[in-house]
Ligand binder design. Structure first.
Ligand SMILES: *Cc1c(COP(=O)(O)O)cnc(C)c1O
Length: 241
């Protein structure tokens, strides 16, 4: 099979599995968007994934996002790819990244929130963002601790360049399916609690970005609206996937 056919079959399989997970959870299949994570591949393959229908692509490193954005934008017939920044964003990379992205998943400190807002205002943008919340307690992970979320939001809702759309989270490294499900349930509850706490101050507070190749079924069962899927989409394309 050519790489394009492998990608097409992967995309169809993952899309069908996401629809099935929605059905099992009693949710509409349009309620969940797949963000294809292209960090494992170069710009040509990222573009090829978009060609088979995965038009939302996510990168976890700003330089890789810039590089792929530029490469794909220069293709004559490239389809309209929408980029998501899903990893930690260093403050000195904010300015260049903001104009390229549809959604920032990974707001993980007040310092970053202030920088993003300042740069957004300077550029005349309103940045759609999620708050990266660390529910697993993994020290190696970025994110705002669950207990810090409310004080964080009290400050962040004051920032004029931000439009806060919800939460992003990852389950514990090496955790099992029950652990993942429990952690995703906690994220869902946090979103609801913050909705009750802040009400009309958070008018766009609807998204939950959670679930990767190994745990998106659990995430969808707990209300994910965005799943960030990498490895499953690159099976048969990468030696390691
Ligand atoms: C790599 C990555 C993913 C995708 O992980 P897979 O297990 O390959 O599906 C999702 N989210 C973030 C933040 C990542 O860095």
């Amino acid at each position: 099979m050519t790489i394009n056919l492998v990608l097409q079959s992967n995309w169809q399989r993952v899309s069908a599995e996401v629809s099935e997970a929605c059905r099992l959870a009693g949710r509409d299949s349009h309620a969940v968007q797949i963000v294809g994570v292209s960090k494992y591949v170069g710009p040509e393959l990222a573009c090829a994934l978009a060609e088979v229908g995965c038009l939302a692509l996510g990168e976890n490193r700003p330089q890789s996002l810039w590089e792929k954005y530029e490469w794909t934008a220069a293709q004559a017939n490239s389809r309209a790819i929408v980029w998501h920044m899903i990893g930690h964003l260093q403050r000195n990379k904010v300015k260049r990244t903001l104009p390229l992205i549809e959604l920032l998943h990974s707001l993980d400190s007040l310092r970053l929130a202030r920088t993003v807002s300042d740069e957004a205002v300077a550029a005349g943008l309103l940045v759609r963002t999620l708050v990266d919340v660390n529910v697993s307690g993994d020290q190696t992970k970025t994110g705002i601790a669950a207990t810090e979320l409310e004080p964080f939001l009290e400050q962040a809702i004051q920032l004029p360049g931000l439009e806060l759309h919800g939460l992003m989270a990852m389950s514990s490294l090496g955790g099992d399916s029950d652990t993942a499900r429990r952690e995703f349930a906690q994220v869902r509850q946090l979103r609801e609690q913050m909705s009750e706490r802040f009400g009309a101050q958070l008018p766009h507070w609807t998204e939950l970005s959670m679930g990767m190749s190994g745990d998106y079924q659990e995430a969808i069962a707990e209300g994910a609206t965005l799943v960030r899927i990498g490895s499953s989409l690159w099976e048969g394309v990468l030696a390691s996937a």
